[in-house]
Design a protein around this ligand. Structure first.
Ligand SMILES: Nc1ncnc2c1ncn2[C@@H]1O[C@H](COP(=O)(O)OP(=O)(O)O)[C@@H](O)[C@H]1O
Ligand SMILES: CC(=O)N[C@@H](CCC(=O)OP(=O)(O)O)C(=O)O
Length: 301
């Protein structure tokens, strides 16, 4: 499709719209969760990388946490293993953990680092095992119908604590951290952690201005498939209870809520299939996707 040239007027209007956002977010940290489902198209990946580089160049501190669920699923399939999820978490036996480490810590992480560097940034890839910075412990899920029965899903972790030193160091030295969601336990054992949860905890630890969760839907959808543009804790609870929010969307809304209730200014679940979704969310008046509200957050902020 041939794109029509923009008039000079329109171009300058669009460009100047970014000024107040650049001023407001200068020096601020933006944690971006790049979901495995949002990173399947090469052209979109390149646009994502350019957005991240642009944010860095105008003085913000973008920190990327990536997923890789579909990519792990593909490699598991090739070695003859099925993926199994309970409450949005991958059941992770020892063999699965090897694949998880290979895909998250290796393939996906390095692909994103390369993309950002090709776009002119200085990205550094790391996992939570590097510098022991994401402390984790084994996650036991609660059975939905009973209050005290726990479900063991293997080598899946939850974040105990994040030591932000290495991330701050990289940001201040002009690097863009690209983080794989692997944690380390007390005995040095590795844990597979849902990337949304890592992004949320990291955003809280860094007291980020924004948490952006890029995924493969237009945002959080209601029963009719319409985007819910704003959600608070009460509404989220009701939507989980009536089954509207389920599967992979559960950890996303949970961590977004946790983030805004613990000092992150705003959390957004946005459509990673939209070209330049990050730029549109951060630098324009046009809010996209679902804004998760803490106490007092406005659209467009
Ligand atoms: N209410 C909802 N609105 C939008 N998506 C939902 C909802 N409930 C469940 N989902 C599912 O959650 C998925 C996003 O989670 P996930 O597949 O884990 O994405 P990602 O890889 O980006 O983390 C959507 O593709 C959709 O299938
Ligand atoms: C425990 C758990 O489920 N870990 C995830 C980690 C990757 C991830 O979260 O990837 P997405 O963001 O692309 O879904 C997994 O193994 O798939």
């Amino acid at each position: 499709m041939t794109e029509l040239p923009l008039s000079a007027d329109l171009k300058s209007t669009v460009l100047i719209e970014a000024l107040p956002y650049i001023q407001r977010f200068h020096g601020k940290t933006i944690v971006i969760k790049y979901g495995g489902n949002a990173m399947t198209d090469v052209a979109l990946q390149e646009k994502f990388a350019r957005d991240v580089v642009l944010l860095k160049l105008v003085g913000m501190n973008p920190v990327v946490v990536h997923g890789g669920g579909p990519q792990i699923g593909e490699l598991l399939k090739r070695v003859g293993k099925q993926s199994e999820f309970i409450q949005g978490m991958r059941v992770t036996d020892d063999e699965t953990m090897d694949v998880v480490e290979m895909v998250l810590g290796g393939l996906v992480n390095q692909d994103i680092v390369t993309l950002i560097n090709k776009a002119g940034g200085n990205a550094v890839g790391l996992t939570g095992k590097d510098g022991n910075f994401i402390h984790a412990r084994k996650l036991m899920l609660k059975a939905p119908d009973t209050s005290d029965e726990a479900i063991d899903i293997g080598q899946v972790g939850e974040v105990v604590r994040i030591d932000p030193g290495i991330v701050n160091l990289l940001c201040h030295q002009n690097f863009i951290p690209v983080i794989a969601p692997l944690g380390v336990g007390e005995q040095g054992e590795a844990y597979n952690i849902n990337a949304d949860l890592v992004a949320g905890k990291l955003a809280v630890t860094l007291q980020a201005e924004k948490l952006l969760l890029l995924t493969n839907t237009a945002g959080v959808l209601d029963q009719a498939g319409e985007v819910l543009t704003g959600l608070n804790a009460q509404r989220v609870q009701a939507l989980i209870q009536d089954g509207t929010i389920r599967g992979g969307m559960l950890p996303k809304v949970a961590c977004a809520l946790d983030a805004v209730q613990n000092g992150v200014k705003t959390a957004h679940i946005i459509d990673g299939r939209v070209p330049h979704a990050v730029l549109l969310e951060v630098l324009t008046d046009e809010g996209i996707g679902t804004l998760i509200r803490g106490a007092a957050a406005n659209r467009g902020s």
